[in-house]
Write a protein that binds this ligand. Structure first.
Ligand code: SAH
Length: 275
């Protein structure tokens, strides 16, 4: 079955309402200091036993704990080596509150303030695998990617390893600022943080090879489909029959848009406007 895309319940406002400074996305600011903390080859030996201890302090042997998380993801069926390598590189503990650092590499979502959450690693990995299956170039990298719902910036950081350019938009000023702060240390020149209502997408970066949303609405906003390149793929949570939320994949082909509904998920709501 190939159902057509449902119109959004709340249509996004046009033109895109972005702050003046958001109109020209800036790469995360470069700072002096260590480049790419703990950057390594990104290659994991999945068979190698990894420690079970959690970090007792920020950054303390976090590479080994992350390798254990990656090991678990692989055991759960995440098979894309590039996604696993990216998840193994990004220091998730830098994105959560210091009180939650010990849980940073558990397969759980965690609060990031303002009622929002960082998605659990398994869901992040799953969505990135789906994006890459549908939209990666033969060289294996995604082109330009739009992320709706920057939150703390974690997924944007993982995406930075898998895509040429990442445009990530957040509607809550507090989280947009927090993400900028969190990402500073990673010096990811290809991540562009935007403050605005992601329901309208970000037309100036379009067309996108891939679009990924971290918040779920009643339908996929039409702007996202418009801004997706032909051959591109969109992965987002969306409400389905019975009030449940499911992961939805849209593929934009020269013949039209196909929609596939996958497993149930629990994401925060997609909201319009900014605050
Ligand atoms: N990828 C994030 C997950 C954040 S949770 C991470 O790694 O931390 C989802 C985020 O989507 C929340 O921060 C929420 O404020 C944001 N959001 C919800 N509706 C939005 C909209 N219309 N535009 C932009 N961001 C939105």
């Amino acid at each position: 079955m190939k159902p057509t895309v449902k119109p959004a319940v709340k249509r996004p406002g046009f033109p895109v309402r972005l702050e003046p400074d958001a109109g020209t996305p800036s790469a995360t600011k470069k700072v002096a200091g260590r480049a790419h903390p703990e950057r390594d080859t990104g290659i994991f030996d999945f068979k190698k036993p990894t420690p079970t201890a959690l970090p007792s302090g920020v950054g303390l042997d976090s590479k080994a704990v992350r390798a254990r998380m990656v090991h678990k993801l692989a055991a759960q069926g995440i098979a894309d080596a590039q996604v696993l390598a990216a998840m193994g590189q990004v220091e998730r503990h830098r994105f959560v509150d210091s009180a939650l650092v010990n849980q940073a590499y558990e397969d759980t979502s965690l609060p990031i303030g303002l009622g929002q959450t960082i998605s659990k690693p398994n869901v992040v990995a799953r969505m990135l695998c789906l994006l890459r299956e549908g939209a990666a170039s033969p060289q294996g990298k995604l082109g330009r990617v739009l992320e709706i719902g920057t939150g703390c910036g974690y997924q944007a950081a993982v995406l930075a390893h898998l895509a040429q350019e990442v445009y990530s938009i957040e509607r809550l000023r507090g989280l947009h600022d927090k993400a900028r702060e969190n990402l500073r240390v990673f010096r990811l020149a290809n991540v562009h943080l935007l403050f605005g209502d992601g329901m309208a997408g970000y037309a100036r970066g379009a067309p996108y090879a891939a679009i990924i949303a971290a918040a779920g609405g009643e339908a996929i906003p039409p702007a996202w489909v418009e801004q997706l390149a032909i051959g591109g793929r969109l992965v987002a949570p969306m409400h389905v029959a019975g009030g449940a939320q499911a992961l939805v994949v849209l593929d934009k082909t020269p013949q039209g848009v196909t929609q596939t509904v996958l497993e149930a998920v629990h994401f925060v709501p997609l909201k319009s406007g900014t605050s």
